[in-house]
Design a binder for this molecule. Structure first.
Ligand code: ADP
Length: 508
């Protein structure tokens, strides 16, 4: 480019020399062509140098004329033509430099905007933006701090693990929103941790990144030596754009996260609704089955007693069966009533009285041991003072539920350990524990098993009857007594359920 301008310059000089070597020749204006060309192509340096050269080439024509003729309008015009190309070249060149720098800044803003909108993690986006800004400002260092305060801000452009000194200029700018400008960072007490870089002064700027929501971060820039002209203004302009871009990016991330959370909540709720729906249908079929078993027995034995003359001893046995099955039916209906009360948000009706827990457990253990020969029951009492102020029926239901689960979920038989006594870790509370070495419960299902209709599928107990209601009832009954229920379980090893209830001396 410059070579072409020089050739043009030479051609104009030769043309003037040959065709019209007068100082006021109109041909002298042709010097402006290579000058403007150089200014447009190479900015102020190119335009200024070619303009000066044009002036010098015109001097041998213009100056002798002044000597010869003195200062006439013609020779004055020739003299002015000496300086005109230089001034025009410099002016056009500076305008070109200015618009190029502006275009570069806009390109940097665009690149940063794209980067911040991109799919990378936020840390990478900020790091890329810091690099982009450092290049655009031709700075030695550039760091971005984004966040509400220096301690928690995300950092970019700084070595990993950097901790921002709360007394540093960047922290000050982040806290107050005020810019800090330092002519020599090493001598500035507001700026910590700058290593010495030769004798050249290190100039620094800490600019707030502001958006509609206030100060969202800081851009800290460091230059070696003199501050390039316009760099300060460029840094201000870029900080303004970056503040808005960072806020936009943060809003987008927040919006995306919100949408994801919403989608997750909707899908969890839908899955839960589906599970409830399935559980309710299963519940209906299981309830019918559970009710039908004792009903069939009741029908069968009562028919037998009605239709035929049954000998008294056989009739007595039939009546015992009838009574047992009627009790089973009563228990199921009782549980369903309790649950419908809980479901309707009504309190359970409890009739508290002094209950001998030991006696109640013993009776139930005997009953279960007689019915389930494959299991070995062991019952340990924690002392004579296992007396409770509780609803007898409710307590009996809790014991029966826990025992029946221990049996049901150890389908190959095994030990069932029952214990009751004052809870060693909970003063004033009585604990009732039922432990089995059955199939156990996976950790992720433990928080759900006390919910209604929840059954944990397991191949060994797929055929086991149940409504998924027993534990929710135990929990509701324990809580109605001012207590609670806990579980410890390991899949394949077994489970231990512990009901904690206030002792007889504590009211609920
Ligand atoms: P269900 O009528 O199904 O027994 P529960 O509310 O009593 O209903 O129990 C809920 C679920 O918790 C059961 O389906 C079973 O998956 C699990 N569970 C309860 N007790 C035990 C236990 N002792 N061992 C292993 N799993 C158990």
């Amino acid at each position: 480019m410059i070579a072409l301008a020089l050739v043009l310059l030479g051609a104009v000089a030769v043309t003037i020399g040959v065709a019209d070597p007068e100082p006021a020749s109109v041909l002298r204006h042709l010097y402006l062509i290579p000058t403007l060309w150089a200014g447009l192509a190479r900015g102020a340096i190119g335009g200024g140098s070619i303009g000066t050269l044009a002036g010098l080439l015109h001097a041998p024509v213009a100056l002798p004329a002044v000597e010869r003729e003195g200062l006439t309008s013609q020779t004055l015009d020739g003299l002015l033509s000496l300086g005109l190309p230089m001034v025009a070249g410099l002016l056009v060149g500076r305008l070109v430099d200015g618009s190029r720098a502006r275009a570069a800044r806009l390109a940097a803003v665009l690149a940063i905007q794209r980067r911040l909108d991109g799919p990378e993690p936020v840390d990478d986006k900020l790091q890329g933006s810091a690099d982009e800004l450092r290049r655009a400002l031709r700075a030695r260092h550039l760091a971005l701090l984004v966040g509400p305060d220096a301690r928690t801000a995300q950092l970019a452009g700084l070595p990993a693990g950097t901790v921002v000194d709360p007394a540093a200029a960047a922290a000050f700018t982040l806290a107050t929103g005020q810019r800090v400008s330092s002519p020599d960072l090493r001598a500035d007490p507001r700026v910590g941790g700058n290593e010495a870089v030769g004798p050249t002064p290190q100039r620094g700027l800490a600019l707030p990144l502001a958006s509609g929501a206030g100060v969202v971060g800081v851009m800290a820039v460091e230059w070696s030596g003199e501050l390039p002209r316009g760099a300060r203004a460029a840094a201000d302009e870029l900080a303004l754009h970056v503040g808005l871009a960072v806020e936009n990016a943060r809003l987008t991330v927040r919006q995306r996260r919100f949408a994801e959370e919403l989608a997750e909540k909707v899908s969890t709720a839908t899955a839960r609704l589906r599970e409830l729906d399935r559980a309710k249908s299963e519940f209906l079929s299981v309830v019918s089955h559970e009710l039908r078993t004792p009903l069939t027995a009741l029908q069968g034995f009562s028919e037998l007693l009605l239709r035929s003359a049954v000998p008294p001893d056989k009739a007595h046995r039939c009546l015992v069966y009838l009574h047992t099955e009627a009790c089973a039916l009563g228990r199921i209906v009782g549980e369903l009533l309790d649950l419908s009360r809980i479901e309707a948000g009504r309190a359970l009706e409890l009739r508290p009285e002094r209950v001998d827990l030991e006696e109640m457990i013993e009776r139930n253990v005997e009953l279960f041991a007689a019915e389930h020969r494959a299991h070995r029951f062991r019952w340990t009492s924690g002392g004579p003072q296992v007396a409770l102020h509780a609803d007898r029926d409710a307590l009996d239901r809790m014991v029966k539920n826990l025992l029946s689960n221990a049996v049901k979920y150890s389908p190959r038989g095994g030990r069932v350990l029952v214990s009751a006594g004052p809870a060693s870790d909970q003063p004033g509370m009585i604990e009732l524990a039922v432990e089995d070495d059955g199939i156990g419960i996976p950790a992720e299902d433990l928080p759900r098993i006390f919910d209604k209709y929840v059954r944990v599928p397991h191949p060994e107990t797929a055929a086991a009857p149940g409504l998924g209601l027993g534990l929710s009832l135990v929990k509701a009954l324990a809580e109605a007594h001012g207590g609670r229920v806990e579980v410890d379980s390991m899949p394949g090893k077994g489970s231990r359920f512990r009901v904690l209830l206030p002792g007889a001396d504590r009211d609920f």
